[in-house]
Write a protein that binds this ligand. Structure first.
Ligand code: 4NP
Length: 157
């Protein structure tokens, strides 16, 4: 059975589409992409239908990631059932997702990306939207690092 993973941030135009692309790249490099279904969503639908933020895209492409996903809001009615792991980027996303949980079992699927960090000591993937260019690089650094940790966590499970 495929492992189904949903990465979630606020707008689904910076952090979670990057998490989706970074983790897709990671499983492709390991030759196990057919064992995964990977998607992303936002807790807030304002950017629905948009491609990823251009600044995020330009930083991602320099590392070989094409951000092709289209922003969509998290859908509590179907996403809790469809995915095995729902990975929030920060504490605010985590709180919003908890409020959208229907049952206690939904909460068992919920994690924060930085729970899986290996080399970085951040407890959130910071929102880069209103900051400078280095914020986008930090997002990618954190996602590459925590992506490895998340993969190891899945391998153990
Ligand atoms: P994301 O970044 O949650 O990483 O996609 C943001 C995108 C848009 C906004 C905030 C954060 N916004 O306020 O529109």
């Amino acid at each position: 059975m495929k492992k189904k993973i949903l990465f979630v941030c606020l707008g689904n135009i910076c952090r979670s589409p990057s998490a989706e692309a970074v983790f897709k790249g990671l499983v492709r490099n390991k030759g196990v992409h057919d064992k995964f279904e990977i998607d992303s969503a936002g807790t807030y639908g304002y950017h629905e239908g948009e491609l990823a933020d251009r600044r995020m895209q330009s930083h991602a492409v320099k590392r070989g990631y094409n951000l092709t996903s289209i922003s969509r809001p998290f859908k509590p009615g179907s996403d809790w059932d469809r995915f095995d792991y729902i990975i929030a980027m920060d504490d605010s996303n985590l709180r919003d997702l908890k409020e959208m949980a229907r049952y206690g079992d939904d909460l068992k699927k919920l994690f924060k990306m930085t729970d899986f960090s290996k080399n970085f000591n951040y407890n959130e993937v910071p929102d880069p939207y209103y900051g400078g260019e280095q914020g986008f690089e930090l997002v990618l650094d954190l996602l590459e690092d925590a992506g490895e940790g998340f993969y190891e966590f899945l391998e153990k499970g």
